[in-house]
Design a protein around this ligand. Sequence first.
Ligand SMILES: *Cc1c(COP(=O)(O)O)cnc(C)c1O
Length: 480
Amino acid sequence: MPMRYRSTRGTATVAFGDVLLEGLAADGGLYVPESYPQVSAATLAEWRVLLTERGYAALAYEVLRLFITDMPETELRALTAQAYHEDVFGSRAVTPLTPMGSDGIWLAHLSNGPTAAFKDLAMQLLGRLFEYELTRRDTWLTVLGATSGDTGSSAEEALRGLNRVRVAMLTPRGRMTPFQRAQMYHICDPNIANIAIDGVFDDCQDLVKAVNGDAAYKAAHHIGAVNSINVARLLAQVVYAFATWLQVVPAGELTPVSFAVPTGNFGDILSVHVAKQLGLPVAELLLATNENNVLEEFFSSGVYRPRGSAQTYATSSPSMDISKASNLERFVFDLVGRDPERTAALFTQAESGFFDLSGEMEFRRQRERYGIVAGASSHADRVATIARSWREHQILIDPHTAAGVHVARKMLATGEVTTPVIAYETALPVKFAATIREAVGFDPPVPERFGGLLEHSQRVIDLPNDVDTLKAWLATAFHE
Ligand SMILES: *Cc1c(COP(=O)(O)O)cnc(C)c1O
């Protein structure tokens, strides 16, 4: 069955190739698959054999083939084999798991890629999909992205040196760790530009949205996206919900498992939601925020009130310092019965204030139907969680992963969650040395591939938080 895509704010359907290059839809909505194909128990059993015998890449091909139907199968097979090669991710399993003692928590290692964050899993595929599609059309793309740290380096590692892709990445000045800065700013390939904006992550994201909102400019300058609004990233992330579940649940069983997901832009957790809609036995989706708890507030109260940059705190889990989660729209679209007009009205309302679903039946049934349960953490919670994981299990986790593990432990202890929990490890500790030192009293180990990174020379362009300045800069930047 060919798969088409539609905007959360419209009804027209679009082919995958167009969605891949367009990013955000012209009506301001986000693209979603037109329908969710159903994965049977028999298929799950086949996928288990594939994963065990042929590795993650073979499973990735099967999952992606459900959604990417207008590409020759041999091409897609080749792409996934390259993206998920053991040379890129360190093992054929790509996303192995470690049990955290007998706590009922399994740590899913999603961060063994080139930049030590889970985003590599999607970017490695995305770069190859871009190259394929742009070559086929004989055209080029300027990727304009916003990053609070990990997206940027992950995208740049995946896209550097490509002929048909240029990258302009906006970063919030002074809001990333030294390691994150070095990871991005040391990349000096001619097709890559790092930009420091005078503002926080949400300001960067607003600039990206504003540029994309100018349809004529967007078309003239071939503007595309790699942030989690790009549907290809979402699809790539669905793969490891299956891969990790298959490694935790024994053959022949269909035990529901819960997932604990450190959340910022609602991308990673949305991929678990999609996997659940496909038929993966998922019990609860534990949404973990830090002090920037807009999403926890929404799932607890029904009120979604995005915050401005002045109310967005810089925390020890910077990749979650987000107060306006773009991907939430994709979930709410499902929640309101895939009604594009309703979705458009709600998110237009949120632009200038808030929306409130607390009185709605669909919201009150959310937990039983979709299973999202939210929790927050403070800096002290995360530090304590890192210390305890080290003390009790000799497992060193980063502050983002700790946000998820904190919520998982709390919900298991109160009995709110009664299933095993797969906790996503979203970054390696090396990226957040100061917090690790505070928690355990020593520096995190530096994986060999990052030796000397902090000493590399760096290149970054400073721009004000102003869309016209950005547009003017982009129009000439890659033509010198
Ligand atoms: C991006 C990121 C997150 C948040 O993921 P979303 O998909 O935006 O919700 C969490 N932890 C780390 C380390 C990240 O890089």
